[in-house]
Design a protein around this ligand. Structure first.
Ligand code: BGC
Length: 454
């Protein structure tokens, strides 16, 4: 059962990454076939994050009345339909519509899959499962790059490949039940008991089942007492909201998705002439992203969050600065410098700026505001993802790669300042202590110091 849940998490993450990354390989073919302007290119690419903003809103709104399972089922269905439609689309408008549907599916899945895991998985392996989800996103991106490399002359085949993981998710969810937490919230106690019994290893111990059911009922009470969105802006939660939304704003404006969605374009602008070399270098970026994410999984709880964020933002600012300087001066070594710069940039991102906003969004909000707080943070993620992807082609046409990467580098410098002034150190501190500190009204960034002093 646990393996089944882990695979669902994995497939949802894979789809997230796949639908982000697949445009990288398809773009030059779409450009050639439809002769699109930079603005149209931005709009077409940005339909995925735009749909995801809608999906995240819908997911947050319907998770309780409709249930986690039915929403995931709907998302899986949309993944398949969206992949099919985008593969068959006779015009650019229909490609956009199909990508909007895929975006909706990602938005829903990216919000509901982690919720499904955290509500169904036994506590001792929950952290590991959330990490699997993270890793799966990067594997999905790499998978999309490999598909782009393999079917290098057919964007339709690239888009069609998305049907496979979509169908796998559909089948996986179809045989799962809803989460015990949701069943309890709907007053379906006996069904909840049956689901808990299924997740335990044999022989089933009735006392353990009852104990877990009671714990879930207690947690569900908190869920029912969830504060409103307005409370998020109140004096207690506001510092957490600023950190949660701020980290995602910085994560996205650091330009990561200009690289993830447009990597071959970036390589072309850096002097890589042949499409197959551009795609090969892109695959290399995907591999670095996966490997460093594995490394990050081992480091996050050992090195503090703040230290890791400093390393990430500083590393990203320097590597983006290197590429921008090489491009601005027309350096004869632009190719190699861009390659080194991009590898360092993606590594700095994957070790820190990538995973940490996700980790921190699940720990900083007071319990009764965790639901709305996490929604606000992930909507911020998609809104700024959309802005970066929409504007990249136009900005490149107007101010060149050097100009755009300089802007992203400056954002990373702002990330260092933001971390220094506002981000608390949460590693090794209990969620209860974080909440107590917020209620005490002292600066959020003084968290670790005041918990130690107490
Ligand atoms: C970000 C995505 C990004 C991915 C790259 C995630 O943490 O939220 O927008 O594409 O990392 O690995």
């Amino acid at each position: 059962m646990v393996y089944l849940i882990a695979s669902i998490a994995g497939i949802a993450g894979l789809l997230f990454g796949f639908d982000e990354g697949v445009i990288a390989g398809a773009l030059h073919l779409l450009r050639a076939e439809f002769g699109i302007s930079p603005l149209a290119e931005g709009i077409m690419t940005a339909t995925v994050p735009l749909g995801a903003v809608g999906g995240a809103l819908i997911g947050g709104w319907l998770a309780r009345p409709v249930g986690r399972r039915k929403l995931l089922l709907g998302a899986a269905f949309l993944f398949v339909v969206g992949a099919l439609l985008s593969a068959l689309a006779p015009s650019l408008i229909l490609v956009c519509v199909a990508r909007l549907l895929l975006g909706l599916a990602i938005g829903v899945a990216a919000m509901i899959a982690p919720l499904y895991i955290s509500e169904t998985a036994p506590a001792r392996i929950r952290g590991m499962l959330v990490s699997i989800y993270q890793l799966a996103i990067t594997l999905g991106i790499l998978g999309a790059y490999l598909v782009g490399y393999t079917f290098s002359d057919s964007w339709r085949a690239m888009f069609a490949a998305g049907i496979v993981p979509g169908a796998a998710l559909l089948i996986g969810i179809a045989i799962l039940s809803d989460t015990p937490r949701w069943l309890v919230l709907r007053g379906r106690r006996e069904e909840a008991r049956a689901v808990i019994a299924k997740t335990q290893s044999l022989p089933i111990d009735d006392r353990l089942v009852t104990a877990e059911l009671s714990a879930i009922e207690a947690a569900a009470q908190v869920d029912l007492a969830q504060g409103s969105w307005r409370d998020l802006f109140g004096p207690v939660a506001r510092p957490a909201l600023i950190v949660g939304m701020g980290l995602f704003l910085l994560q996205q404006l650091s330009g990561i998705n200009a690289v993830i969605y447009f990597a071959p374009t970036v390589f072309r602008l850096s002097g890589f002439d042949s499409t197959s070399t551009q795609m090969l270098a892109t695959v290399g970026i995907g591999v670095v992203n996966v490997l460093v994410t594995v490394l990050a999984m081992g480091l996050i709880d050992r090195i503090g969050r703040r230290k890791l964020l400093f390393i990430g933002f500083a590393g990203a600012a320097l590597s983006l600065g290197l590429i921008a300087a090489a491009a601005a001066t027309g350096s004869p070594d632009l190719q190699i410098l861009a390659l080194i710069g991009l590898v360092l940039y993606v590594a700095s991102f994957a070790i820190s700026i990538g995973p940490l906003p996700w980790v921190m969004m699940s720990e900083i909000f007071p319990l009764h505001l965790r639901g709305p707080g996490m929604s606000a943070a992930s909507i911020t993620n998609w809104v700024f993802n959309f802005i970066v992807v929409l504007t990249f082609p136009v900005l490149v046409a107007d101010i060149g790669l050097a100009g755009v990467f300089s802007i992203y580098a400056l954002v990373c410098v702002a990330g260092v300042v933001f971390t220094a002034r506002l981000v608390p150190e949460t590693s090794g501190i209990s969620l209860e202590d974080i909440e107590k500190h917020l209620k005490g009204g002292k600066p959020f960034s003084a968290l670790a110091r005041s918990v130690k002093a107490a």
